[in-house]
Design a protein around this ligand. Structure first.
Ligand code: NDP
Length: 338
C-alpha cells in the first residue's frame, strides 16, 4: 500500500465566474477521516455539466469549492469502526469533492458501489463514466415518465452525455421513437447511431421550424414526453409540441434556468411537468442498488454503450469545461486523476 501524503492535487475555485476562476493546486490538505469514514484515492472522475451551474452561481457554492459528483478509485484508509470496506477495495460512487486525488466518504453512504479488489482500471473508467449520467437517464425514463414502446419522445442535447444514453434507452431498449435535437450534423449522426430516429439541427432550424417539424413527425398530435436539458431556450417549444396529457421533464439549464410560470399554463393540454433531480430517485439503498444493477446489466450485455469523448488530465479541467460549455463535445468527459 502506498503511503498517504499530507497534501494533494485538486481543482478548486474561490469565486463565481467563467472557467478563468478555476485553479489547480498541489498543496491542498488530504482530508482526515473519522472512525466511520473511508478515504478513497480517486482514479477516474466524471465531468458533468452541473459543475458549470455551481461555478457560475446558478447553484450556491461554498468557497473554496472543489467540484465533482462521481468518481471511481481505491479505498486507501478506513476508520476504526468501518466493517463494510477494506483497504484495497475498488469503489465507484456518487459524492462530492472528487476533482481531487483523495476524497473522504461516510462508510454508510448510500451511493457507493463496492466493486471488490479485482477490477481493472478500464472497468473503473466505465464506472466513473456511466454512474451519474446513466442513472439519470435510467431513472428518468422509468420514473419521471415511463417510456413505452411506440411513444414519440423529444430529446434535446441528444449527442451529449445524458443525451446519448437517453437515445439508446428510449430508441433501442424501449423501442420508442426518438426525435433528437442537437446543434450539428456530426452530433445528429451520433444520436442516430445511438437510436435516434428523427434528427433536427437546432443551428439550422428556428424554434418555429422545430415546432413545425415535430408536429409533422407526430401527425399533428405532439410528443408523449420531452426530456429537456436546455432549459430557458427550449421550454416554450416543449409546451407547444407536447401532446395532450403528455409529460415535460425539464432537467437542466444549459441555456439558463426556466423562468417561473403560472401553473394554469399546463391546463389546456393537461400537461404533467416535472423538474426532477437524480438524487430524488436513488436516495434509498434499495433504489440505488436496483438502478445500478439495472444500469450495469445493460452495459455488460452491450445493450448500452457509454461513449467516452475524451479523458483529460485533472489539471486540464479548464480546457475540458471550455470544450463542454462551447458545445464541442459529445458523450462523456472524464478526468484521469494522478
Ligand atoms: P452535455 O454533454 O449534454 O452538454 C451540454 C449540451 O447542452 C451541449 O453539448 C449542447 O448540445 C447543449 N446546449 C444547448 N444550449 C447550450 C448552451 N447555451 N450552452 C452550452 N450547451 C448548450 O452535458 P451533460 O450530459 O453533463 O448534462 C446534460 C444536461 O443534463 C445538463 O443540463 C445537466 O445539468 C443535466 N443533468 C441533470 C441532472 C438532474 O438530476 N436533473 C443529472 C444529470 C444531468 P447541442 O450543441 O447539441 O445543443
Amino acid at each position: 500500500m502506498s503511503t498517504i501524503p499530507e497534501n494533494q492535487a485538486v481543482i478548486f475555485y474561490d469565486q463565481n465566474g467563467g472557467p478563468e476562476v478555476l485553479k489547480y493546486s498541489t498543496e491542498f490538505p488530504v482530508p482526515k477521516i473519522s472512525e466511520t469514514e473511508i478515504l478513497v484515492k480517486n482514479i477516474f472522475t466524471g465531468i458533468n455539466f452541473i459543475e458549470v451551474y455551481f461555478r457560475n452561481g446558478i447553484y450556491p457554492a461554498k468557497f473554496p469549492y472543489i467540484p465533482g459528483r462521481e468518481a471511481s478509485g481505491e479505498v486507501v484508509a478506513v476508520g476504526s469502526s468501518v466493517t463494510n470496506f477494506k483497504i484495497g477495495d475498488k469503489i465507484a460512487y456518487l459524492g462530492n469533492e472528487n476533482f481531487a486525488q483523495y476524497t473522504k466518504l461516510p462508510s454508510n453512504k448510500v451511493s457507493i458501489l463496492n466493486l471488490g479488489e479485482n477490477v481493472t482500471n478500464e472497468q473503473l473508467k466505465i464506472y466513473a463514466a456511466a454512474l451519474l449520467q446513466g442513472l439519470t437517464a435510467l431513472t428518468f425514463i422509468n420514473e419521471a415518465y415511463k417510456v413505452k414502446e411506440g411513444d414519440y419522445i423529444l430529446v434535446t442535447a441528444a449527442a451529449g452525455g445524458v443525451g446519448l444514453i437517453l437515445d439508446q434507452l428510449i430508441g433501442k431498449v424501449k423501442k420508442a421513437h426518438v426525435i433528437a435535437v442537437a446543434s450539428s450534423e456530426e452530433k445528429l449522426a451520433k444520436a442516430k447511431a445511438n437510436g435516434a430516429e428523427f434528427l433536427l439541427n437546432s443551428s439550422e432550424l428556428s424554434v418555429e421550424d422545430l415546432e413545425k417539424k415535430i408536429l409533422e413527425i407526430t401527425n399533428g398530435k405532439g410528443v408523449n414526453a420531452v426530456f429537456d436539458s436546455i432549459g430557458k431556450d427550449t421550454f416554450e417549444l416543449d409546451l407547444k409540441v407536447i401532446k395532450r396529457k403528455g409529460t415535460i421533464i425539464s432537467y437542466g439549464n444549459a441555456s439558463g434556468a426556466v423562468p417561473p410560470l403560472p401553473i394554469n399554463r399546463l391546463s389546456p393540454k393537461n400537461i404533467t411537468l416535472l423538474r426532477p433531480q437524480l438524487f430524488g430517485y436513488v436516495s434509498e439503498p434499495e433504489e440505488f442498488k436496483h438502478y445500478t444493477s439495472e444500469l450495469f446489466k445493460l452495459i455488460d450485455s452491450k445493450q448500452l454503450n457509454i461513449d467516452i469523448h475524451k479523458v483529460y488530465e485533472l489539471k486540464d479541467y479548464p480546457t475540458a469545461t471550455r470544450d463542454l460549455e462551447g458545445r464541442k463535445t459529445t458523450g462523456k468527459l472524464l478526468l484521469a486523476i494522478p
